[in-house]
Structures are given as C-alpha cells and as structure tokens.
Ligand binder design. Structure first.
Ligand code: FAD
Length: 381
C-alpha cells in the first residue's frame, strides 16, 4: 500500500502550511479580537488559487483533486478553524454548482467563485428543521417566469458578508405523487427583491465567520434560478454532504494537530516539581492518546477523500471520518486545556480557543448522532 503523496500534493500542502503560519495565524488573533470577516486574508488566499481549488480550469479554477484539498484544509485548521470553515463552505457550494448547475449558471457563477470575488453559502437549516431537514417549511412557488420564496433559514455561514452572493437555498416546491414533499434548490442573488439578512449570531468561536438568519418575504427570483431538476434538492444536498463530512474530518484532524503541537511545546518548557510537565507519565499518556487520535483521524479522512476523489462510493467512510475525527478533536481539546492548567482559562491562549472551537465539529455538517445513524444504515440496520 502506497501512503506517499505526489509532488503536486506536497507542494500544495507546503504552500498551505507556509501561508497558514505567515498569514492565517496572525489573522486569527485579529478575528478573535474584532469578530470581523477577514476580507484581506480571503483575497490573498484566493490569489493563490485556493478559492477555486476544485473548480475546473475552464472556469478559472485550479482544477485540483479533492484529496489534495483535504491535505491543505488540515494545514489551515491547525491555526484557524474559522478560516478553514469559511473556505470549506465556499468549496462545498462551488462543488454543488459544478455538479448540478446549468451551463449558463456555471458560466456566470464559477469564475466569480474561482477568483474569490464572490463568497458561496448554503442555506438548508431552519429553526424547526435541523437534523430533520425534510421538516423544512420554506416554500418556493412558480408563477409565470418567477419563483416566489417565503420562509426563514438560520445559522447560515458566509451568507451575509460584503462579497456573499449566489447562496444556494433549499425550499419546498410542492408535493410529490407519493405524498412526500418535493424539495428543490435555488440560486439566490444577494440583491433579490424580498431577500433580507436577519440577525447575525454571537458565537463562542469562529468569530470571523458570518453566521446569520436569512429572511425571504415574497422574494422573487427568475424561473431559471432553480438548480438542476425540480425536486432534486435534497438529493443534491446529501450528495454535497459527503465532501462536507470528509472536510469536517480534515478540519477536526487539523484541530487535533494544533492541540498536540501546542501541548507538546508547552509541557516541554513548563516546569513543576523541578521537572518539565512532559516528563510526568500522566502527561505522556495524554500526549500519546492525542497523537494516536490524530493519526487515526487523518488515515480515516484520507481514505474517505481517496474514495471521493476516485468517484467511488464513500457515504459510510465520509460519515466515519467526520464522526471519529470530531470525537477525537473534542478529546484532544479537553486534554490540551487540562495540560495548560489555569492559563488555558485565559481567552487569548490557543488552548482556550481550541476548546471553544472543538464541540461544534460534533454538530455541524450533520450531528454525530446523525452520522451514527448513517453508518448503521449502511451496515443494514
Ligand atoms: C456555527 C454554525 C454554522 C452553521 N452553518 C450552516 C450553514 O451554513 N448552512 C446550513 O444549512 N446549516 C448550518 N448550520 C446548522 C447545522 O447544520 C445544524 O445546527 C445541525 O444540522 C443540527 O441541527 P440543530 O442544531 O437544529 O439540532 P437538532 O437537529 O435539534 O438536534 C439536537 C440534538 O438531537 C439529536 N438528534 C436529532 N435527531 C436525532 C435522531 N433521529 N436520533 C438521535 N439523536 C437525534 C442531535 O444529534 C443533537 O444532538 C450551522 C450551525 C452552526 C451552529
């Protein structure tokens, strides 16, 4: 079995690592302080071809494979889960455009997403429809050559910045013959009539990311703004979630790595009882567990990414990567906090940020319980 990376993969991994240390780490401190979207950082990242990493070259993208993207995502997440998530949502939605949008929609939106001039967002969740996305009530009705959309989405990432545009919205478009809801996806221009940005949420971490309510009141969009076939919305969303789950595996792996690197450095220099903390066996047990969790998370994530990159079935593996890696990163963040003692309680330490960032990885992109249900279903339960 060959675990080596190609020279292109190593090059992009190194590029992401260098940029993360030089640019993302200091920008993360700024985001923690001012809670603002990092426009300048996004522009620089986009200039490296990262915003359009998976988008084909004919649309101005870099046309790079998903496994390489996953390698770069881990690097970013070692220093900033916030920026990793901003990028992850953008890539995920760009992939939906690539797979499901019409030729005209791709020609218009993909060059803008490739250059990072516009930021992509995905609106599925509602106050009454989280894990049960089928429970959504946002409606879209076709009248002549226009859809009229009514409803409210919550928690939506990336949708309310100065460069947000083309948000992919899931809405109920009628009832199917079998009595189930017909759900379709739509492209919402930021300036659509009747579309307004609602409250922006105050969060315990991911401070530079925009998360908000999106309100649709008789919002009118052209009939041509439906994405793909009418009624294919949920299928498209679930298809997109495979890549999203693998990406969460990579982000959680990056978080575990940040926890381990920070804890190793700290426990080697901090002395108590006349010895470095790292010389105590109870400390070593925590560090060793973190290292095992990190390696296993990375292997599971890379395997799922390998299947995805080769167009092979990966529903179970994507769910496993997300479930396992996020469990391990929560444990790693708790151990890193413990190893840093009282200093980890101070908000400006990395150990504190890792702890605040970790738990949400067990909830976003489908909660861990939903991943467990998926895996069980794949095993025939
Ligand atoms: C910071 C942030 C960013 C987000 N960004 C986006 C975004 O960009 N786009 C978007 O559409 N959504 C987004 N979300 C929403 C996110 O996907 C949901 O929060 C998530 O899917 C869970 O839904 P919920 O919060 O309503 O929890 P619920 O579904 O209410 O779940 C609550 C608890 O019940 C458990 N549970 C639910 N059903 C079952 C079951 N059948 N069996 C066992 N346990 C169950 C869950 O696992 C969980 O532990 C974001 C959320 C956050 C916090």
């Amino acid at each position: 079995m060959d675990f080596s990376l190609s020279s292109e993969q190593q090059e992009i991994q190194n590029l992401a690592r260098d940029f993360t240390r030089a640019e993302i780490a200091p920008a993360q401190l700024k985001m923690d302080a001012d809670h603002k979207f990092p426009y300048e950082l996004w522009r620089k990242w986009s200039d490296l071809g990262m915003a359009g990493m998976l988008i084909p070259e004919k649309y101005g993208g870099s046309g790079i494979d998903p496994l390489t993207y996953i390698l770069a995502l881990e690097e970013v997440a070692t220093e900033s889960n916030t920026f990793a998530l901003i990028w992850q949502v953008h890539v995920l939605v760009s992939e939906m455009f690539r797979k499901f949008a019409s030729a005209e929609q791709k020609d218009h939106w993909l060059p803008l997403y490739s250059k990072g001039e516009k930021l992509a967002a995905f609106a599925l969740t509602e106050a009454g429809a989280g894990s049960d996305s089928y429970g959504m009530t946002t409606k879209a009705e076709l009248e002549g050559n226009q859809w009229t959309v009514n409803g409210t989405k919550i928690f939506i990432s990336n949708a309310g910045t100065d460069i947000s545009d083309g948000t992919v919205l899931m809405a109920v478009t009628g009832m199917r013959d079998d009595g189930k809801k017909e759900i379709s996806s739509f492209i919402i221009p930021q300036d659509a009539d009747g579309f307004t940005l609602g409250q922006s949420f105050k969060k315990m971490a991911w401070h530079g990311m925009d998360n908000r309510e999106l309100v649709f009141e008789d919002c009118r969009i052209p009939a041509a703004n439906i994405m793909g076939e009418r009624g294919a919305g949920l299928r498209q969303a679930l298809g997109g979630l495979n890549l999203g789950r693998i990406a969460f595996g990579a982000i959680a792996t990056g978080l575990s790595r940040g926890c381990l690197e920070e804890s190793l450095a700290y426990t080697k220099q901090r002395e108590q009882f006349g010895q470095p903390l790292s010389s105590f066996q109870l400390t070593q047990a925590k560090l060793s567990n973190m290292a095992c969790g990190l390696e296993a998370s990375r292997r599971l994530t890379h395997y799922a990414a390998y299947l995805f990159s080769n167009d092979m079935e990966c529903r179970k593996e994507a769910a496993m990567a997300k479930l396992f890696a996020s469990q391990r990163s929560t444990e790693a963040a708790m151990d890193a906090f413990q190893l840093h003692g009282g200093s980890a309680f101070m908000e400006d330490t990395k150990a504190n940020r890792f702890y605040r960032e970790a738990k949400i990885l067990e909830i976003g992109e489908g909660t861990n319980e939903i991943q467990q249900l998926y895996i069980a279903r794949e095993m025939g339960c």
